[in-house]
Design a protein around this ligand. Sequence first.
Ligand code: NAI
Length: 342
Amino acid sequence: MPKPIPATLIPGDGIGPEIVDATLAVLDALDAPFEWDRQVAGLGGVKAAGDPLPPATLDSIRRTRLALKGPLETPSGSGYRSSNVRLREEFKLYANLRPAHTLIPGGRYDNIDLMVVRENVEGLYTGYEHFIQIDNDPHAVAIATGVNTRQGSRRLLEFAFEHAIAVGRKKITVVHKANIMKALTGIFLETAQDLYEKKYQGRIAMDTVIVDACAMKLVLNPWQFDTLVTTNLFGDILSDLVAGLVGGLGMAPGANIGTDAAIFEAVHGSAPDIAGKGIANPIALLLAAAMMLDHCKLADQAARLRRAIDETLNVDGIRTGDLGGSATTAAFTQALIRRIGG
Ligand code: NAI
């Protein structure tokens, strides 16, 4: 028996508990050695402990340094600050890794194999925002300040280069807007170019592209890209675009990697429109669990999980509604477990 690996489990809000249950059943079928410590956050945290990120949840992640997390609801505009952003700050989860592979052939884009590496704690997400009142309008002017540092850019870029080289990728494309935001994204571009010249030239290819052109090129010809590395806001937007190339958010996993912990999650949100109906697609969280297995050096189990997902979708033809099928979450999960067992 492999040594148990303590890990924090946050079922999350909306469809979170449904896709987390599915993922736990599949990980059990794989005999994955995780020893779960179940905690709450988001709306679940507010309801259970009066806090969207209760101290017990933070303590648990401090202890395990590893978590699998369902989506957390964040009110837009007013209300509490995103627990996801707070988790990234608290555990210095500076790198967000979002792979996108075609899982169902024959769609609008075939054979997609892309990776987005997003800076996760700096940029325009630092939360330095305020309104200025003019006359009777308290929201007459809105101001946001972005912060990118040389050190923060460098550690993210180093992570991206090292990871890309380790998994055999061929090219890194640095995405920026340094023609307009000369300081804020210029520092990221400048750091990338300097790092490449000094450390990575000859080990992997690198090019650069402006974010708006990148968005167009991804839609016209995504195969020209391999690994995209970029600042926080651009990475958030482009990784959803890339998820769209492989069939939508229901298939997109994400890993938040940092100095103090690693947190794995689906890219999508809590999908309140389908919560409780038993029809959510659990694949994004399952693929996040596969990334977690890889992170824990359990590559064989990760590969078995990915193969079983492929066979369930493409050999058995069992798919949830968002993929044009009619399977419930439970039916898809049972089919996947049969594939793992077989
Ligand atoms: P969403 O991703 O929850 O939903 C967008 C659309 O995709 C909806 O029609 C939903 O039904 C569908 N969808 C999402 N995941 C699906 C799945 N697994 N299977 C089938 N269909 C799926 O985005 P939305 O509605 O903008 O956000 C809802 C809440 O989630 C908000 O409170 C938001 O702040 C939060 N959120 C949390 C994230 C996280 O915890 N990482 C990420 C994104 C949003």
